[in-house]
Ligand binder design. Sequence first.
Ligand code: ZN
Length: 222
Amino acid sequence: MSKITMPNKNKTCQQSLIPLNSKPLNVKNGRLEQIDWLASPNYNHRPEGVEIDTIVIHNISLPPDQFGQTDSQGMHHVKAFFTNCLEYEAHPYFQTIKGLEVSAHLFIERDGAITQLVNFEDRAWHAGLSSYLGRDKCNDFSIGIELEGSDFQPFTEMQYQALASVIVAIYQAYPKTRRHLTGHSDIAPVRKTDPGEYFQWIKLRKMVSEQLKSSVNTNLNS
Ligand SMILES: [Zn+2]
C-alpha cells in the first residue's frame, strides 16, 4: 500500500513568532509591527466603503476565570479557540462553545503579551449581534480587542500598559477611532457583560492620553 500524506489539519495552530518590540507600536498595512501574529481563519472583508472608527474592548478566559491555561500542544486555550483548534474534550465548558467561529483583532494576555489574529483592514468576528450609536453590525466598522480576564477579577497593570500602547497605535492609523472607544457590554447590553465592572475605563483613558502626549512630544523633537 502506498503511503498517503494527509494535509496538516493543525497548520493554522502553529504560531509564527516575531520578537517582541520596543515601543511605540506602529500599524503598517493593517498589522501591528513587531508583535506576535497568529492567523485566525475567522474573518472576512469589511463591507465596501465602511471606515474603521470604533474600538471594542472585551474579556475572555478559557475555562472561565482561569488564566494562562494551555492545551496538550502548549497552545493557549484562547488562541486555540480563536483559530478553531481548541481541544473541546479538555474541559466540560469547552463543549458549550464547540463549533463557534469567533475571533478578535488582538488578544492581550495577563502578562501583557499581545497577539494579532486578524488584520485590522479585515472584519474580525468579535461583536456578534450588536449596535453602537444606532449602527448595527459593529464588526463591520470596529476593531476588537480581547483581554484575558473575567468580569470578576481585576485586569493586570501589564494589560493596561499593552492596551494603551495598541490603542495609541490604532488611533494614529485610524484617527476616527479616537472618538469611539467602547465595551462589548455597551454594544450588546442584553447579551454581554464584558469587559465588566473591574475594567478601569478612566485609568485606561488617562494612560492613552499620556502616551498620546508623549508621542506628540517625541514627534516635535525628532
Ligand atoms: Zn466580548
